[in-house]
Design a protein around this ligand. Structure first.
Ligand SMILES: NC(=O)c1ccc[n+]([C@@H]2O[C@H](COP(=O)([O-])OP(=O)(O)OC[C@H]3O[C@@H](n4cnc5c(N)ncnc54)[C@H](O)[C@@H]3O)[C@@H](O)[C@H]2O)c1
Length: 254
């Protein structure tokens, strides 16, 4: 079950965190992995670790905010079966204190970056009359997390783009779904705690863990398991869905 043998999988932001865990798991299921990321060191290290285990992976430096760069990378991969639109950045702030430049940066990476990858990959998938796309939204798309205005807006866009793409390409046999994790312990979380709460890292880590009814953060590997199900042929009847993976955050808080 859940074999990805002979599948070519592009993972944006596959160098780190959730994307890395997806790369490792999908490779172990037989896929050929194409990691695209702006972090050369981590990207190459992830590809090397996968190859050392006897599986297929390669890293390409690519900034997903640049459509020409994305198109050039995708055109070199003969057949893309699965796209994991995962790269993303966080930002702390509400509507009144979020500066235009910060809002723009989050939108450029989280929304336009995802659009660029969809725009580049869909014609390739249409040619083959098959494809599975998984976008990474967030619980922020559902509940608008406190003090994450730009981030929540960007993930709301991801949710809507997922539904739009799922609807528009039904006849091309392209499935499109999204996942909405609550906090998952990755460098993304450690990074924003360190940046925004210097000196209070341990306290903030506990506070963020305790904000989830299950009283811990998720692991990247747990998210990768859900991603595997949603991209494997076993979930062929699932499209136009967003899946919470949130330790009860959305439905069990309060
Ligand atoms: N960690 C969480 O708690 C959490 C929760 C919900 C959703 N998410 C989402 O999951 C995704 C992955 O998060 P993570 O926690 O694994 O983050 P991470 O920071 O560990 O990894 C993100 C990767 O994206 C890459 N990236 C950033 N900008 C890029 C660009 N312009 N072009 C190409 N690559 C770029 C980074 O270099 C990094 O390797 C993000 O979309 C994030 O919003 C994370």
């Amino acid at each position: 079950m859940f074999s990805l043998k002979n599948k070519n999988v592009v993972i944006t932001g596959g160098a780190s965190g959730i994307g890395r865990a997806i790369a490792v798991l999908f490779a172990s299921q037989g896929a050929s992995i194409y990691i695209i990321d702006v972090d050369v060191q981590a990207g190459e290290a992830t590809a090397e670790a996968i190859k050392k285990d006897g599986f297929n992976a390669q890293f390409t430096l690519c900034d997903i905010t640049n459509l020409d760069a994305v198109t050039a990378v995708f055109d070199k991969i003969s057949d893309i079966d699965i796209l994991i639109n995962n790269a993303g950045v966080a930002h702390v702030g509400n509507a009144s204190n979020t500066l235009p430049a910060d809002f723009q940066r989050v939108m450029d990476i989280n929304v336009k970056g995802a659009y660029n990858c969809l725009h580049a990959v869909i014609p390739l998938m249409q040619r083959n009359k098959r494809g599975a796309i998984l976008n990474t939204a967030s619980i922020a798309a559902h509940v608008g997390i406190t003090n994450r205005f730009a981030y929540s807006a960007s993930k709301g866009a991801i949710y809507a783009m997922t539904m739009s793409v799922a609807r528009d390409y039904l006849a091309d046999n392209i499935r499109c779904n999204s996942i909405s994790p609550a906090r998952v312990h990755t460098p993304f979380v450690d990074g924003f705690i360190a940046k925004n709460y210097p000196g209070r890292e341990a306290e903030m880590f506990k506070e963020l863990s305790d904000s989830q009814p299950i009283k811990r953060m998720g692991t990247p590997e747990e998210v990768a398991m859900l991603a595997l199900f949603l991209c494997a042929d076993e979930s062929a009847f699932i499209t136009g869905c967003d899946y919470l993976i949130d330790g009860g955050f959305v439905h069990l808080n309060n």
